[in-house]
Write a new protein. Structure first.
Length: 282
């Protein structure tokens, strides 16, 4: 189930990033900000062409025009119109201005944890959670079933939002595919493999394989994964050994026959539990 969910997520992300977020749409929606590198080209007037790194003030110097120009918060199309209007008023007749954004530096999110390429990523236009995960290469097989987004609020505090991968992708809850904001931290915690042992009168005794902390088995499930009871198993006297929070060892006894018959509830196992199925005496 775990690997199936990850595979479905990867396929969905590839489709998602390739269709809904084309580079053309991203670039047209993106609003210029500090540290972005822009290139201004004026058709027929190559002496006016220039590259400019937007300073923290959000205003650039453009030598053909005397005053500084406010560019922060504008899309490339809006800046093209603004420069064209200013040049048309003072210097050129029907100027044709093209603005290209060469480097996006002003709006970043950080993708961390069980992701193929962790690090900072630029927000280009309206970017969503799934798109950012796709940009970072997708989830690793050991990724957990939860995504934690930490966001800085305007008053300086932070808040965290936890999103279920299963609800977002397998159940298709689009409300969870939230739009990102600058400086969001997207963390995909590692869902570590843990140890649970089943020994004694089962068909394949030993450590259970590929048990993850987010999906611990019940007592019946663990016995089933160990091949089921052998013919000599004492089903009514199964023991679970575990340590409590102080490190003291506990021995819990269960009648699995009653669980199978529905007389008692199945038991949720914990990390490092040892299930002992004793031999019955005839």
């Amino acid at each position: 189930m775990k690997h199936t969910m990850t595979a479905i997520l990867m396929g969905y992300l590839v489709l998602f990033s390739g269709s809904l977020f084309s580079q053309e749409k991203i670039t047209s929606d993106y609003r210029i900000g500090p540290r972005d590198l822009i290139e201004i080209t004026v058709f027929g007037a190559p002496e006016m062409n220039r590259k400019e790194r937007v300073p923290e003030t959000g205003r650039i110097t453009f030598p053909p025009l005397a005053d500084e120009i406010e560019v922060s918060g504008l899309t490339k199309v809006e800046l093209e119109k603004k420069l064209g209007q200013l040049l048309g008023e003072k210097l050129l007749q029907n100027p044709q201005v093209t603005v290209s954004i060469l480097e996006y530096q002003s709006k970043r999110v950080f993708v961390l944890g069980a992701i193929r390429n962790p690090g900072p990523y630029e927000i280009q236009g309206r970017q969503s959670l799934l798109h950012a995960i796709a940009e970072a290469g997708g989830l690793l097989p050991e990724a957990g079933n939860e995504i934690i987004i930490t966001r800085r609020l305007s008053e300086g505090t932070t808040k965290s939002l936890r999103i279920s991968v299963e609800d977002l992708v397998l159940k298709g809850d689009d409300s969870l595919n939230i739009p990102l904001q600058p400086d969001d931290i997207i963390n995909i915690p590692v869902d570590k493999i843990v140890s649970i042992y089943v020994i004694g009168q089962v068909r394949t005794p030993g450590a259970l394989q590929q048990i993850r902390k987010s999906n611990l088995p019940t007592l019946l499930q663990a016995i089933a994964q160990a091949g089921g009871f052998s013919e000599r198993a004492a089903k009514g006297s199964v023991i679970v050994k575990r340590k409590d929070q102080t490190g003291r060892e506990l021995q819990l006894k269960f009648d699995v026959d009653d669980i199978i018959k529905g007389k008692k509830k199945d038991v949720q196992l914990q990390e490092n539990d040892v299930v002992i199925v004793p031999e019955k005496f005839i």
